[in-house]
Design a protein around this ligand. Structure first.
Ligand code: KG4
Ligand code: ZN
Length: 368
């Protein structure tokens, strides 16, 4: 029997998240971002695990209470088992296995990157997030709202840990087109944010500051690759920003703080460079393919600055653009539950007792 009521658990990094889905639709959804990492300028793995341990059970109680359900109503658990921080993943997986054993229900082992791929489809399924005034963008496609994404689509997952471009022909039919050779785009934002004294994670602040800069932006370099070896690369840009700031001490006050004007100028220059690199590579694949949609997911897809460029690009190629609402761009339990639900629909067997975390899990590992 296919499970209808699925609990999703996400603890791969610094968001502790749980959600309940019934027949693929979100019934309740809670995400807590662990703020204690802000003072360290990055996620401290040990603190993340301890915080998950403290926050996860209340998050599950919370989604059950929000949905007016009892724990025995849950018919399956879906949990992220990789990629991510080992200790953080362990907390979610251990709790999921314990729940599944106690309730005698299946547990689906979800790949975090796969969750990001399908987050937007989850929103298209007429979920609450969709109804609350969002956020979903369809460009150049006036026909009725689709329930399922048009295939094949070009999928870009761009987050703090990943920048990967895929051809998606269906569930579990993915062809990797290219990925980053070094830092992920979100990682770049977080590192630049640290140089500018912004709170971690810095992506949303950088996005806002870049949008508020009205002058001619400073030109930072762009990395481009040949057709034979397509790739993304963001570490050169990080180094360029670092050199620029070191060579311009006048941009900082006596306490070493950058002014708002400096922050806006640097953030705008960084954003312009990131946009160029992402849009150029994505446009290159759109030009050479038969793609019927452009789908973007992962924390960086929440960027308003980038969205404008995605909209223009999708319009140029006359295909619809799909981006999840902001709360489902970043890590969340609903996308994990939804992917587990798709796995069940596809007849993929639930995980057995040997389910173990895989911190370096690749998207393709879970397909075998
Ligand atoms: O998907 P996610 O929550 O976690 C990972 O799987 O990595 O992505 C987190 C990343 C962080 O690097 C954060 O700075 C970035 O997404 N981010 C943003 C925005 N919101 C979060 N980047 C640009 N604009 C935003 N609005
Ligand atoms: Zn993520």
């Amino acid at each position: 029997m296919r499970p209808r009521i699925i609990l999703g658990i996400e603890t791969s990094c610094d968001e502790t998240a749980a959600a309940l889905l019934v027949d693929g639709k979100i019934i309740s959804d809670r995400t807590t971002r662990q703020t204690m990492h802000e003072q360290y300028g990055g996620v401290v793995p040990e603190l993340a695990s301890r915080a998950h341990e403290r926050l996860l059970a209340p998050a599950i109680d919370g989604v059950l209470a929000d949905a007016g359900m009892k724990i025995t109503d849950i018919e399956a658990v879906a949990v992220t088992y990789g990629p991510g921080l080992a200790g953080a993943l362990l907390v979610g997986v251990a709790l999921a296995k314990g729940l599944a054993a106690a309730l005698n229900i299946p547990v689906y082992a979800v790949n975090h990157i796969e969750g990001h791929i399908w987050a937007v489809e989850m929103s298209l399924m007429g979920n609450r997030a969709d109804e609350s005034g969002c956020q979903l963008r369809r460009v150049d496609s006036p026909d009725a709202l689709v329930e399922w994404l048009p295939m094949p689509f070009l999928g870009l997952i761009v987050s703090g840990g990943h920048t990967i471009l895929l051809r998606v022909e269906g569930f579990r039919c993915y062809v990797k087109l290219c990925s980053t050779r070094d830092d992920a785009a979100g990682e770049l934002f977080d590192k630049v944010g640290r140089m500018l004294g912004l709170a971690f994670p810095a992506g949303a602040d950088i996005d806002r500051l870049a949008l508020n800069f009205k002058d001619k932006p400073f030109y930072f370099p762009r990395a481009r690759f040949t057709d034979q070896q397509p790739a993304f690369s963001f570490s050169g840009l990080k180094t360029a920003v670092s050199h620029y700031l070191k060579n311009h001490p006048e941009l900082f006050d006596a306490e070493g703080n950058a002014s708002d004007a400096t922050r806006r100028m640097i953030c705008r220059g960084v954003m312009e460079s990131v946009v160029d690199m992402l849009v150029w590579q994505v446009g290159h694949f759109l030009a050479g393919g038969d793609y019927r949609a452009l789908v973007i997911g992962g924390g960086v897809s929440a960027s308003q600055f980038l969205r404008r460029h995605w909209e223009r690009l999708a319009a140029d190629y006359r295909i619809p653009l799909f981006i999840p609402p902001p709360q489902h761009c970043t890590d969340n339990g609903a996308m994990v539950a939804y992917t587990g639900w798709k796995m069940a629909l596809a007849g993929i067997p639930p995980a057995i007792d040997s389910l173990a975390v895989e911190p370096a899990l690749s998207l393709f590992k879970s397909l075998v």
